[in-house]
Write a protein that binds this ligand. Structure first.
Ligand code: SAM
Length: 208
């Protein structure tokens, strides 16, 4: 039987570069996986890819140029694709069925463009995390709570499409589902709130 310590979260990087947004997400996944006794693998990285020092220094993190099909060629049935279009939702028992959980390394988009279909074609068994699009780090966090923490999907506290307030006059609404933190705010990677604020300032400047 698979144990919590043998769980691997794989993000197949599907974008040509690593933007700041993805970097913050990957760092959060790596730190939380390390704390939870799990591994985090970033697969399909371009040969020329320079892994940021903050990531490579996390012991349970590995960077791979091979794709998930090559990594799990002999044991595809142990890999679960987290897929917004899957017919079944993820359940705590899936922690016994699968050792590795695969996610699309894609930025969320609104409306979702279903780029997870690139991974679906590879034939891994899929599970959904409910009907609402999550950021990649949220999807990994929720999967970990279900398969390692044994919390059913519908008992996790969520915040859907939260409004982030930057000051008295400015705010932005995020088109994703997040896990609600103990402080009642959406759990986000360190530095993400400031990045979103800068992006939103830039969008306003671009209007002029
Ligand atoms: N709009 C995206 C698409 O084109 O598929 C969704 C990308 S989402 C930001 C990144 C990854 O998180 C997805 O590839 C999937 O693995 C996982 N994910 C996010 N929300 C999910 C959900 N509700 N159910 C299952 N997986 C989800």
């Amino acid at each position: 039987m698979a144990t919590a310590s043998s769980k691997t979260y794989i993000v197949e990087h599907l974008d040509p570069e690593l933007g700041t947004w993805s970097e913050l997400e990957y760092l959060a996944i790596a730190r939380e996986s390390q704390e939870a006794g799990a591994k985090f693998c970033l697969s399909s990285l371009p040969e020329t890819f320079k892994v940021p020092e903050a990531l490579s220094s996390i012991p349970s993190f590995t960077a791979e140029t091979r794709s998930v099909e090559d990594l799990y060629a002999s044991d595809k049935s142990r890999v679960c694709l987290l897929d917004p279009a899957a017919a079944r939702d993820l359940a705590p028992e899936d922690g016994e069925k699968f050792d590795a959980f695969l996610f699309g390394g894609i930025l969320g988009d609104d409306p979702p463009r279903d780029r997870t279909s690139e991974l679906r074609k590879k034939g891994f068994e899929g599970r959904r995390l409910g009907p609402i699009q999550m950021t990649t780090d949220t999807a990994v966090r929720v999967t970990r709570l279900v398969v390692q923490g044994k919390t059913p999907l519908n008992e996790i506290p969520y915040l859907d499409h939260p409004e982030l307030k930057f000051n008295k006059h400015e705010s932005t609404q995020m088109p994703f589902r997040y896990v609600k933190g103990q402080d009642g705010k959406p759990i986000m990677p360190e530095g993400m709130f400031d990045l979103i604020r800068q992006d939103s300032d830039k969008a306003i400047d671009d209007l002029f």
